[in-house]
Design a protein around this ligand. Structure first.
Ligand SMILES: C[S@@+](CC[C@H](N)C(=O)[O-])C[C@H]1O[C@@H](n2cnc3c(N)ncnc32)[C@H](O)[C@@H]1O
Length: 256
């Protein structure tokens, strides 16, 4: 049985500022999230996300030298497999609460048992130290994982990551930013759970981060903000005749 972890909740937004016209949808908790992600991977297998080759461009210097990395919420492995190939000296722990996702990682043609330790773990409810030695990880990658989590659960996850990070270890973060095209679409479809937090059509959830909210979240867990910025890309879909303003946030946090 995994040891429980607890944390003081961070109020995710000013409830008084919630737009009164928006009808809020009911959020059903982490176990329901897990079921939706299981369904997602059963349906899409490893075909939905593309390999993320862009991470080495921004963060290459974090991955050189023999280092221990934890990819939290690894999905089908689109973050870890490009890194494992480019940096063979990395040792990678990877976890996800979806059993199906973990099976997909294990059956990937580039999976090597001596380089990758993949395991099922709900990082919002299980102590990561039940799987990994405390203070043994140099780098945590959080790539489009925290947005899949309810804002009430985010502080406990960050605290959990802090337990396995070495002092001076880093969290490398990428995710959706506030004002992204997809957020506007979800808002228009009345898929709102709470401010900046939505249900997608497939039942998974999505949070959209501001730099301020994200920085406060990590600072409250004792991390130092090394870098945080938002970037945009205009994507034109000619077939549907639409222009989408996509917005993402990338950040680096250090455990003192
Ligand atoms: C959008 S996917 C990103 C996957 C991967 N990081 C990548 O770069 O492709 C989000 C992942 O987070 C996982 N996840 C969400 N909440 C989780 C939790 N509480 N514990 C563990 N994994 C979680 C989901 O199962 C899903 O695989």
């Amino acid at each position: 049985m995994a040891a429980a972890i607890s944390v003081t909740p961070l109020v995710p937004y000013n409830r008084k500022r919630r737009p009164s016209a928006v009808k809020l949808r009911c959020y059903n908790g982490v176990e329901e999230d897990r079921k939706q992600w299981e369904k997602f991977y059963k349906r899409h297998q490893n075909k939905f996300f593309k390999d993320r080759h862009y991470l080495e461009k921004d963060w290459g210097h974090y991955f050189c030298h023999p280092k221990v990395l934890l990819e939290a919420g690894c999905g089908a492995g689109n973050t870890i497999f490009p890194l494992a190939k480019k940096y063979p000296q990395l040792y990678i722990h990877a976890c996800d609460f979806s059993h199906h996702a973990v099976t997909l990682v294990k059956s990937h043609p580039n999976f090597r048992k001596d380089q990758i330790n993949v395991f099922v773990c709900n990082i919002a409810e299980e102590n990561l130290c039940d799987h990994i030695m405390p203070a043994s990880v140099d780098i945590v990658t959080l790539v489009f994982t925290l947005s899949a989590v309810s804002p009430e659960k985010m502080p406990i996850i960050i605290q959990n990551l802090g337990l396995v990070l070495k002092p001076n270890g880093h969290v490398l973060f990428r995710d959706y930013a506030i004002g992204d095209y997809a957020q506007t679409m979800l808002m228009n479809k009345n898929q709102v759970i709470s401010e900046n937090f939505y249900f997608r059509g497939d039942g998974t959830c999505s949070y959209y981060f501001s730099e301020d909210f994200l920085s406060r979240l990590f600072e409250r867990a004792g991390f130092v903000v090394v870098d945080v910025n938002t970037y945009n890309k205009e994507i034109i879909n000619r077939a549907r005749n639409i222009t989408m303003q996509r917005r993402w946030i990338r950040a680096v946090f250090r455990r003192p």
